[in-house]
Design a protein around this ligand. Structure first.
Ligand SMILES: [Zn+2]
Length: 232
């Protein structure tokens, strides 16, 4: 195989291996993002039932206070009957008015709580669907992530083996510079040259240089130092 063809293959494989490594390395961060979404969904689900519990407690408390207020109103009205002096009657009537206001406010509050509870109960099926959806999504993500990781791990092993095999085809005089440039630049050690233009740094070579490159001669870019290969 021409050395330039070997370089093209080495370039492809080294870029591919770098991308695989980046994706494998990003795995834990992506998992954490999905875990956060699941946690948020779990919290929203729990919050809905917490709200129902709190509303029920509020309703019970308000109903207790309403009962007390009712009892007190009865007592006040009994007391009013026994009073004769206008001043005393007026004072008692004011007390009764305040108690009645309190009773009305409590009744309004209880009604509002009941309405809110009905809404919360009506929303339960929706809340459950959402929570189940979040759990399913997470489980699906985990399955797919495990499959993807397995695939990428196998691909990495295959690509490394292919890279080793390709590099074995390099001629002895190329091996030295190849190793040095790859060590310095990694997957950026290579560049295609298209219509005389280096795809790594966009500088041009002469027509003759391009011709020798197309014939398969090893050369590096005079500007960026990348090992070149022709691309059509
Ligand atoms: Zn270049």
């Amino acid at each position: 195989m021409l050395v330039t063809s070997v370089l093209r293959e080495c370039h492809r494989l080294r870029v591919h291996l770098r991308n695989l490594k980046a994706e494998i390395d990003a795995g834990p961060r992506v998992l954490a993002e999905h875990q956060e979404e699941l946690d948020a969904a779990r919290a929203a689900h729990a919050a809905h039932y917490d709200a129902i519990t709190k509303l029920k407690l509020k309703q019970r408390d308000d109903e207790g206070t309403l009962k007390q207020t009712d009892d007190r109103l009865k007592k006040l009205r009994d007391q009013l009957e026994a009073l004769v002096a206008p001043k005393e009657r007026a004072a008692k009537e004011l007390e009764i008015t305040h108690a009645e206001e309190k009773k009305a406010a409590l009744e309004d509050a209880i009604l509002a709580t009941i309405t809110e509870l009905e809404e919360k109960h009506a929303a339960v099926p929706d809340v459950e669907v959402k929570w189940k959806g979040a759990q399913d999504e997470f489980a699906q993500f985990q399955t797919e992530a495990a499959e993807r990781l397995e695939r990428m791990t196998a691909d990495t092993a295959e690509s490394r083996a292919a890279l080793d095999a390709a590099e074995l085809q390099l001629t002895p005089e190329v091996k030295g510079p190849y190793a040095a440039i790859v060590k310095a630049k990694g997957p950026e050690a290579f560049a295609g040259a298209k219509a005389r233009v280096c795809q790594g740094c966009r500088t041009s070579m002469t027509e003759m240089q391009f011709t020798t490159l197309r014939e398969g001669t090893f050369r590096t870019c005079a500007t960026c130092g990348r090992m070149q290969y022709p691309v059509e």
